[in-house]
Design a protein around this ligand. Structure first.
Ligand code: PMP
Length: 317
């Protein structure tokens, strides 16, 4: 197919990047993460964002867009359902901007994740056991009350907008001259990352493939199955609205065993010095598999979504 060498991707060709008015605070350090080359796959080092994950972007973007839209006013409480990273990121943004923050999370989220939210001054509430859907209902209900704002990452098109206008174009600018992506591979928490980045990539390569990753133990997107798995941050136990709305933009769903994801995750630290979480391992397993099966896909992009420290006792030590 040889699409890789067709279009030059330069900054004027991509959508405008997200503007956030946070100069001077830690929020100005979000983004501009390195695009690495790991075992032949382009890996966006999102774990280097403040608060340690890819979710710093969507948290800052949604909060600041809500401020501009007049939906979030001084004194309002921000409430969000999260299995972890979004909760941590929103708590950081709320801390900087002075909003009270309530994170609703399932009980089996690692203790560290809830504690990180509280370290940022947020309140945490546990609703439901392993999956996020009950927490989501609580956040939606609270968000309808006066004095609350719920960004609703699982429902909101703003999540896709962030990825299409900020993360996606940033990656395009980092690829070598003349190179366009042939595929984007990523796990689905909300679906925002692969959908939005996929839209940005298809603006420069219309046949770019969008590939979703989910745990083999819980193939919710492919078959509706919901079960426990070890790839925290993806496959939260339901098909999120963001993913459902854009399902026809996804070419393929790849299932990765939790055990294989974890082995790859440990290997990323040991062999590449990349101390990242299990979804990053799952992403790399899936991206390499896609590359082996489709040698014509030369430029495959994936995400090192969060840092490894909060999984230390669970998965590393
Ligand atoms: N990996 C990790 C570690 C995450 O926390 C998330 C988001 N929950 C994802 C991947 C998937 O991101 P998205 O919500 O954009 O689908």
């Amino acid at each position: 197919m040889g699409r890789s060498s067709t279009t030059r991707v330069g900054s004027p060709a991509v959508p405008p990047t997200h503007e956030h008015g946070s100069t001077g605070s830690i929020l100005s350090a979000i983004g501009d993460t390195p695009l690495l080359l790991v075992e032949g796959i382009r890996a966006k080092a999102e774990f280097l964002n403040p608060s340690g994950s890819i979710k710093a972007r969507v948290a800052a973007y949604m909060i600041e867009r809500a401020e501009r839209a007049g939906l979030l006013r001084p004194g309002d409480t921000v409430v969000e359902a999260s299995s972890g990273n979004t909760g941590n990121a929103m708590s950081m943004v709320a801390a900087v901007k002075g909003y009270p923050m309530l994170v609703v999370m399932p009980r089996e989220v690692s203790a560290e994740r809830a504690a990180i939210c509280r370290a940022f001054g947020a309140e945490t509430r546990t609703v439901g056991d392993f999956h996020v859907n009950e927490a989501l209902e609580t956040a939606r209900t609270l968000g309808r009350q006066p004095g609350y704002f719920a960004p609703r990452q699982f429902d909101s098109e703003w999540n896709v907008d962030e990825n299409r206008t900020w993360l996606g174009p940033e990656i395009l600018r980092q690829l070598p001259a003349g190179v366009v992506p042939d595929a984007v591979v990523g796990g689905v928490g909300t679906g925002g990352t692969i959908i939005g980045v996929g839209q940005a990539f298809r603006a420069v390569n219309p046949s770019c493939r969008v590939i979703a990753v989910e745990p083999n133990e819980s193939c919710t997107l492919a078959t509706g199955e919901v079960d426990k798995h070890l790839i925290e941050g993806i496959s939260d136990g339901f098909v999120p609205d963001v993913f459902a709305r854009h399902r026809d933009e996804v070419d393929e769903i790849v299932a990765v065993d939790s055990a294989e994801a974890l082995e790859q995750t440990r290997d990323l630290a040991r062999r590449h010095g990349l101390f990242v979480g299990p979804s990053s391992g799952a992403h790399l397993v899936a991206a390499k598999r896609i590359g082996r099966r489709n040698p014509e896909l030369r430029e495959i992009v994936t995400f090192l979504a969060d840092e490894g420290e909060k999984y230390l006792t669970e998965h590393f030590d």
